[in-house]
Design a protein around this ligand. Structure first.
Ligand code: SF4
Ligand code: SF4
Length: 201
């Protein structure tokens, strides 16, 4: 049996937060009459970095549920992603490489996919702790669909981000202050293995 990566209550809280995100996304998509059906693109080649140990560990919970052979194959693809993306970044290009978990156009780890995979698509906004409001326009297709509209409804990410930070703080406790900041692509997280520190103390 694989060693536990996250305490069960933290894992449950992440799953609950992810499902809230999905619900909010679906509700707004319904209001906008927007869906991915028939999209000529696949936004799983968008370049994103992620910032919490909690999401990193939860992704690994999902990877550990895969058979070893399949998991190793995905990790190999992740290694290739890291090599190619570093080369592109060195040339000042923004990587547009397919996510190593995308398998024949579908997410191989759908229930464990990261927050941004759940929110990208529809227009959204968030208010930062300093009060500054940030707006995200949604994917190119949603932008095209809403072009010229002024009263665009947005998914509010603020509470979701706050909840994720609370989960991270509750899990890491005082260690959070001394641990290095996370700034990793999903491929980096896969290549590096699960966050490897002892949380018993
Ligand atoms: S989120 Fe937008 S770009 Fe991505 S698959 Fe859906 S419609 Fe296409
Ligand atoms: S984790 Fe899944 S949904 Fe997210 S980019 Fe990769 S394949 Fe796409």
């Amino acid at each position: 049996m694989n060693p536990e990566i996250l305490p069960a209550d933290i894992s449950r809280r992440i799953a609950a937060l992810y499902s809230e995100m999905e619900k909010a996304y679906d509700e707004l998509a319904q209001v906008l009459r927007f869906s991915c059906a028939g999209c000529p693109d696949n936004c799983c080649d968008s370049y994103f970095q992620h910032h919490t140990y909690a999401e990193w560990a939860y992704l690994w919970e999902g990877l550990q549920q895969l058979g070893e052979e399949r998991r190793e194959r995905f990790i190999e693809k992740a290694g290739e992603y890291v090599r190619q993306s570093e080369a592109m970044l060195a040339r000042d290009e923004r990587p547009n490489l397919m996510c190593p978990l995308n398998e024949n156009g579908l997410c191989a780890l759908y229930p464990h996919r990261l927050m941004i995979c759940r929110l990208h698509g529809v227009p959204s906004a968030m208010t930062r702790p300093d009060g500054k409001r940030l707006e995200f326009p949604g994917c190119f297709r949603c932008q095209e669909m809403l072009a010229g509209r002024e009263d665009i409804p947005r998914l509010d990410r603020t509470k979701m981000y706050q909840t994720l930070v609370e989960i991270e703080m509750d899990w890491l406790g005082p260690k959070r202050r001394i641990l290095p900041k996370v700034r990793m692509t999903l491929a980096d997280m896969m290549v590096k293995g699960p966050p490897g520190f002892n949380f018993c103390g």
